[in-house]
Ligand binder design. Structure first.
Ligand code: GUN
Length: 283
């Protein structure tokens, strides 16, 4: 059977490091505060945002929550972000997605000061070696690294092209010298592509989209799907039971990639605060 790659131990190790860094920053008097903006009442978003606050408290990062009604206008959201951009006590800003349909999400995300953009979605526009990396994609890379598997030279297939996961994932794998193919809903004969993958990353949101015949023997399979099966249990996009003996490594759902996203958000929040403090206090 392949190795089941669990997120919690890797996430816990990152969080321990973050906690030490956060303590050091606070002792120096450096501002360290994450502002989280949630617009509307999306149930899943409320759970995610709640977990982000809980984790901040656990590792010693101050967090502020702005829960705005679904009817919030573009202008008032932009005004809030402007205020937070200018607030020296706030070192990280995150706007939880999805936003209500009347809001122009791209304009909102672009209005966040890039130094405070702990989701790192602006990385797609301007990628250089030491940029913060988007949380889920960065977390997946940490998970892969934790096993000792190298990305360089591998065929990497990313299924899904979302701005939150698919696109940044493909960019990060490319940066690590993987040979990257991006598949999506318009891909003809998906199985032919996924069968080439040494590293297969699936972020679509369709249960059992990836079946055993679509996976190469010994592949590293990362499942980012978050679906409910017929009995209401959480499941990913990959047919885990059928593939776990064929893959050399596979992430479960739940308990695989999930814990890594928030851990990486904490890493980014502390890193952003460190950089802002260093820029304000040149030696
Ligand atoms: N919605 C789902 N995942 C994310 C994420 O990583 N960041 C934000 N801001 N919203 C999300």
């Amino acid at each position: 059977m392949g190795v089941i790659v669990k997120g919690k131990p890797v996430a816990d190790a990152l969080l321990a490091r973050v906690q030490a860094d956060a303590r050091m920053l606070v002792e120096k008097g450096a501002p360290l505060c994450l502002a989280v903006i949630l617009v509307g009442d999306d149930a899943a978003s409320q759970i995610y945002v709640g977990k982000k606050h809980e984790t901040c408290a656990k590792v010693g990062i101050e967090s502020r929550m702005y829960h705005l009604p679904a009817t919030t206008s573009q202008e008032s959201l932009l005004d809030l972000i402007q205020t937070l951009n200018e607030d020296k006590k706030v070192t990280g800003i995150l706007v939880q997605l999805p936003l209500p349909a009347h809001i122009h999400a791209r304009q909102i995300l672009r209005s966040i000061d890039t130094h405070k953009d702990v989701d790192a979605f602006s990385m797609l526009l301007d990628m250089s070696g030491d940029d913060l990396v988007p949380c889920t994609a960065g977390g997946i890379l940490e998970l892969i690294h934790s096993t000792g598997v190298q990305v360089a030279g591998k065929n990497c297939v990313v299924v899904g092209r979302s701005n939150i996961v698919g696109k940044p994932m493909a960019m990060l794998l490319l940066q690590e010298n993987g040979t990257v193919t991006i598949c999506h809903s318009g891909t003809v004969d998906l199985g032919e592509k996924t069968k080439q993958a040494d590293i297969l990353i699936v972020a679509v949101g369709k249960k059992k989209l990836i079946t055993a015949d679509m996976v190469k023997d010994g592949a590293f399979v990362v499942d980012i799907g978050m679906n409910r099966d017929g009995e209401g249990k959480l499941c990913g996009d990959v047919d885990f039971e059928a593939i776990k003996d064929k893959a050399s490594y596979i992430t479960p759902v739940p308990g695989g990639v999930g814990p890594m996203t928030i851990a990486m958000l904490m890493v980014n929040t502390v890193e952003a605060a460190k950089r802002q403090f260093a820029a304000a206090h040149p030696e």
